[in-house]
Design a protein. Structure first.
Lengths: 310, 259
């Protein structure tokens, strides 16, 4: 069986394990690691080879060097497919790789069949598309929370790969990486539970209520565009058409009306619950369980109830 | 500074969207077609830079004849002129082919700075700025929530999941912007009237030296093999809080094994 390359950036995340799980259905799995990664974990999920690329030429510049390293590797190994995470950076690397190889690419796949056909959820979660790359090998980016990762332990053989990066790939320098908010909460797109607040939360200070419920449930915090535009919560937590797309097991919408802009980012969630004082809010049309009421009464009571049960 | 803004016409994301049953391309004929929302932020950023540093702003669009409407709307915000690449053979072009066409057009425009929205609301693929940078051999600074221009030096705060990255490059470069970067202006009445007289240059494939089999459905590097509607979600239980709404909510979460 041919190799399948799984691109690992910024450490092993949940989506990495999902990619490894999908890749096992396509061929022999090799991980390509940029920077540091837990190679034992990669082996545990079926990567029999790990190609490691590191150094300033990879880290110090935006995206382009990674695509250059990958293109060289693809030319050398002739893999059956390349999988990347459907993150901003994953997609950008995929785009450059596709141009370098004059090859097709598919983004935001939630499933990849053995023949390389990818399933994508499109148009704000209203349609499902099956697509194929018709020129070259399948280059596919995988959306987080698409499959349940399953282990398949092998010993991962690690080898360093040479990084040959041209000056033309070093045009955009990364001067600084700033971590603004990093708590113990899971990453938004990877979280199994997401608790989001909307305009109804009222102000930035009240978002503590949203955070409290998220922490009690072990979930991530999200926000609607209305809440972000009003300055209640930072943009990187925005869920919706112009923000992140999430697909958790449980989505809790607090004070969110459920405009199409928001639904676009969350309606493939497995279970949706909502609290809103407006009984006619569109969010109730898609909620599995809805409470019509004042979130400032309902949420603290729910929080107390969860504490009691713990 | 010579600035080119990439503007895409897309079906309104607030309405129902679908693929055309005949060839599985985005259905545009029956859709309400509008400027891709994120592109309005790109236009605003270009205008702000022009106001501060001087220069010229050109809108570049690839799209069918009907995209003229979005081009005029874009021009009404204040750009100086537009270039519209339109050719029947482009129908069904994939991202790879689209980047080839846009790159060839950009070569004729000698831009110092190319600004795009971070993604379009129809495809949400996010690859075009880097594809163009790759083809043109210039820098890409993508996902900007802040852009600073100092002579030929560009500094961008790039939004990331954890916070942001500060990235720098010299012009010429491609920058893509998120909707956090500014607040787009509304076209004034004067702007709307002026837009009708602004030059819109038409380009066909032949003008760019690209043959029709490199683009469109014929030259696509990927294809949709099947499209289906996802069944809409249906409403579940709805209760009205009468003092125990929070407890009821948690009881539901418990039956679903979330607590």
């Amino acid at each position: 069986m041919a190799e399948v390359l799984v691109v690992v950036e910024n450490g092993v995340k949940k989506v990495t394990l999902e990619m490894l799980t999908i890749a096992r259905g396509l061929g022999d799995v090799s991980a390509v690691v940029f920077g540091e990664a837990d190679t034992a974990k990669l082996g545990e999920y079926g990567a029999s080879k790990v190609y490691a690329a590191s150094g300033d030429d990879v880290d110090g510049y935006l995206v382009a060097p990674k695509a250059a390293v990958l293109a060289d590797l693809v030319r050398e190994k002739q893999p059956a497919a390349v999988l990347l995470a459907s993150t901003q950076e994953g997609k950008e690397i995929a785009g450059r790789l596709a141009v370098k190889l004059d090859n097709g690419l598919l983004t935001d796949a939630v499933e990849v069949a053995a023949d390389g056909t990818a399933t994508q959820v499109v148009f704000a979660g209203s349609g499902i598309v099956k697509s194929k790359v018709t020129r070259g090998l399948p280059i596919v980016t995988i959306r987080p929370n698409s499959v349940t990762p399953s282990p398949s332990p092998v010993d991962a053989a690690v080898s360093s790969i040479e990084v040959n990066v041209a000056d033309s790939d070093k045009l955009t320098k990364v001067v600084e990486r700033v971590v603004e908010q990093k708590g113990s909460r899971p990453e938004l797109t990877e979280a199994g539970i997401v608790v989001s607040g909307g305009r109804g939360v009222g102000n930035a200070d009240n978002f503590k209520l949203v955070e409290e419920l998220a922490d009690l449930l072990g979930g991530a915090v999200g926000a609607s565009r209305a809440a972000v535009d009003s300055g209640f919560y930072p943009h990187q937590f925005q869920v919706g058409q112009t923000g992140k797309t999430v697909s958790p097991q449980l989505y809790v919408a607090l004070g969110i009306s459920g405009a199409i802009q928001h639904r676009a980012g969350m309606q493939t969630s497995k279970t949706i619950v909502a609290v809103n004082k407006d009984a006619e809010a569109p969010i109730f049309e898609l909620a599995d369980y809805g409470v019509v009421g004042d979130l400032f009464k309902v949420v603290p009571q729910a929080a107390d109830e969860i504490r009691k049960r713990k | 500074m010579n600035i080119v803004v990439l503007v895409k016409q897309v079906p309104d994301s607030g309405a129902e969207r679908t693929l055309s049953p005949s060839d599985n391309t985005v259905e545009r004929a029956s859709a309400n077609n509008v400027i891709n929302e994120m592109d309005e932020y790109a236009i605003e950023e270009a205008l702000k830079i022009k106001e501060e540093h001087g220069g010229e702003v050109t809108v570049l669009t690839m799209g069918p004849a009907g995209a003229t409407e979005s081009i005029r709307k874009a021009l009404s915000m204040g750009p100086d002129k537009a270039v519209h690449i339109s050719d029947d053979a482009l129908h069904g072009s994939c991202a790879v082919a689209t980047s080839k066409v846009l790159a060839e057009a950009l070569k004729t425009l000698n831009a110092d700075l190319i600004i795009a929205g971070a993604e379009s609301t129809d495809g949400r693929v996010q690859v075009m700025p880097h594809m163009l940078a790759e083809r043109l051999g210039i820098a890409a600074l993508t996902g900007a929530r802040k852009l600073t221009v100092d002579g030929s030096q560009l500094t961008v705060e790039r939004q990331t999941d954890e916070g942001y990255e500060v990235v720098t490059a010299a012009t010429p470069a491609v920058v893509s912007v998120w909707d956090t970067i500014n607040e787009p202006r509304y076209p004034s009445f004067k702007g709307i009237m002026a837009a009708k007289k602004k030059p819109v240059q038409a380009l066909a494939l032949a003008d760019l030296g690209i043959s029709s089999d490199e683009v469109g459905t014929a030259g696509a590097t990927s294809a949709v093999v099947e499209f289906s509607k996802r069944p809409p979600r249906s409403a579940g239980t709805k209760v009205t809080d009468e003092g125990d709404g929070g407890a009821q909510l948690v009881a539901y979460l418990a039956t679903e094994k979330f607590v």
